[in-house]
Design a protein around this ligand. Structure first.
Ligand code: NAP
Length: 313
């Protein structure tokens, strides 16, 4: 018979690691299950500059996450690397089944986060990893001295475009409107960067090229005019990075947990509609998806799990 944990946290991003830290520190037996690398979105973010109390200049996502992981483990949190395929969340003992085994717990904190929204152009799938990327930190070095295009106008697009200028010859931000959504302070830095150009009122319709990405058709959203952009002959390819928001990782809970547009609904205390099941971080219906709000959600969820378990006894 498998061990029954007090708390299982699903996902090791800022929300999950903070939930683990608070649960472990409350002396609850706690397991964090993660299928990939720790950190979620933050693991692929180059620079973090708005996490309160952050003292390191040029803090990267991975360095912040490494400290969060170590801190959770310091409080005795156990770890499992597994991909969960099904969950049974009703009843006093919750069961999560992965490719490596079954995991049981009295409470579950869902912290599976979100993933990048596809660009949505024709042939996109064929060129992911062959010119199209959703992670500047991972792939910027492949585009040393080449041209790169970034789709999006939010914080992520503009910040990652600036990071890409350290590698690429030129970075062009393609945005569907004529005004960025990104925070003003981030915009100012981008407008002052001589390597960044903008294609306003533009969306990518189609991508192509032999083996690697070397051409794309873009459309002017005002006039409908189509333009073909081709890679410089000497380059033979260009990069296309998509940063147009996120989609929640919640398919596993569909039909069990109350959701709105795919995001998990909770009350202010992170309770889902199922007793003993909480949600924390980007997968939740919320107004601000940041490391600080994910961490706060995780802390609240863990303390609610602690109250729930105390009342079971
Ligand atoms: P976001 O803020 O939702 O912005 C998405 C951008 O993509 C918007 O400019 C949007 O255009 C555009 N877009 C959406 N769907 C599109 C489509 N189908 N085709 C073309 N363009 C499309 O997403 P994000 O920048 O990924 O950020 C996600 C969250 O993380 C946000 O809460 C953000 O604040 C946070 N974040 C924060 C930081 C930071 O604080 N330093 C850094 C990165 C991310 P419109 O503007 O026209 O809607």
């Amino acid at each position: 018979m498998s061990k029954i944990y007090d708390v299982i946290v699903l996902g090791a991003g800022p929300a999950g690691l903070t939930a683990g830290l608070y649960a472990g520190r409350s002396r609850l037996s706690t397991l964090i299950i993660e299928k990939g690398q720790d950190g979620g979105q933050i693991a692929i973010t180059n620079e973090i500059e708005n996490y309160p109390g952050q003292i390191l200049e040029g803090e990267s996502g991975p360095s912040l996450i490494a400290r969060m992981t170590a801190q959770a483990e310091k409080f005795g949190v156990e770890r499992a690397r597994d991909s969960i395929k099904s969950v049974e969340l009703e009843g006093e003992v919750k069961k999560l089944t992965g490719t490596k085994g079954e995991y049981l717990a009295k409470t579950v904190i869902l912290a599976t986060g979100a993933f990048p929204r596809p660009i949505g152009c024709r042939n996109e799938g064929e060129y992911v990893g062959k010119g199209i990327s959703f992670c500047a930190t991972c792939d910027a070095a492949f585009f040393e001295e080449l041209e790169v295009y970034v789709v999006g106008g939010g914080d992520a697009a503009v910040e990652e475009a600036m990071y890409l200028t350290k590698f690429a010859r030129k970075v062009t931000i393609i945005h569907r409107r004529d005004e960025l959504r990104a925070a003003k302070s981030i915009q100012e830095k981008a407008f002052a960067n001589p390597k960044i150009d903008f294609l306003w009122n533009t969306v990518v319709e189609e991508v192509g090229g032999e083996e690697v990405l070397s051409k794309m058709v873009v459309k002017n959203t005002k006039t409908g005019e189509l333009t073909t952009i081709e890679a410089d002959e000497d380059d033979g390819l260009f990069g296309l990075f998509g940063f147009i928001g996120l989609l929640p990782n919640t398919k596993l809970f569909e039909g069990m947990i109350d959701m709105e547009n795919g995001y998990v609904k909770t009350d202010d205390n992170m309770h889902t509609n199922i007793p003993g099941v909480y949600a924390a971080g980007d997968l939740r219906v919320k107004s601000l998806r940041q490391v600080v709000t994910a961490a706060a959600d995780g802390a609240i969820a863990a303390m609610q799990a602690e109250h729930y378990i105390a009342n079971l006894k």
